[in-house]
Design a protein around this ligand. Structure first.
Ligand SMILES: [Zn+2]
Length: 209
């Protein structure tokens, strides 16, 4: 935990003492506020997005998306900096929901997106979901500590338009709420390299981010 705070402090340019004190908090809030105001300006010229984030929960058109709380998360705060895209490895949304919310499965994610664009939230974004496993992003290990995990129902062989559109709009809403610096695939951060292959070569990166 201390190590993670130190790394965060180095990135935001405050004294890296490993303590989340007032200076770190102030600087963190500054970064969040800056990203929010920049994105608000952008949003004026962009299409309407029915998705938005409020208090770490995803809403769509004025209603919180369906909540399926998972017990599978670690203590401490997740500070979302990157988004990690997954597929579930099966075509059943019911099966995925059951597995991701079952105590003892050892896995979870923040969101699950169905093939028809349905979105379920399993954990609020400030919780540390168990989606990336052993992982590393640009030399920093423990991706679950600073990321949002989006699972997609499927095996990566096809990406229906409705699912892609939901990915695109939700990623946009997350970028408006958090200081997101990158959107990556599970395969990009899983270690050792080659341990995971999702979301696979057919995921339409250019359409969603
Ligand atoms: Zn994955």
């Amino acid at each position: 935990m201390k190590q993670y705070i130190r790394e965060w402090q180095q990135r935001i340019g405050v004294t890296a003492d490993g303590i989340f004190g007032p200076a770190t908090l102030r600087k963190s809030q500054e970064i969040y506020d800056i990203s929010r105001s920049v994105n608000e300006e952008d949003a004026l010229s962009e299409e309407d997005n029915p998705f938005f984030v409020r208090d770490h929960y995803l809403w769509k058109a004025g209603k919180m998306v369906t909540q399926k709380p998972s017990p599978n998360f670690s203590g401490g705060a997740n500070i979302p900096e990157i988004i990690v895209i997954h597929y579930t490895g099966s075509n059943s949304s019911a099966g995925a929901l059951s597995w991701l919310t079952q105590a003892g499965s050892g896995v979870s994610a923040h969101l699950l997106i169905g093939k028809g664009g349905e979105a379920w939230q399993l954990l609020p974004f400030h919780r540390r979901a168990w989606h990336a496993g052993k992982s590393e992003y640009k030399g920093i290990s423990g991706v679950n500590n600073f990321s949002i995990g989006i699972e997609n129902v499927g095996i990566g062989d096809e990406w229906p338009e409705a699912q892609v559109e939901a990915n695109r709009l939700i990623i946009q809403a997350l970028r408006e709420a958090y200081h997101i610096i990158d959107v990556v695939g599970h395969a990009d951060v899983a270690i050792p390299k080659g341990r995971k292959s999702d979301p696979g070569p057919l995921y339409p990166w250019e359409e969603v981010s």
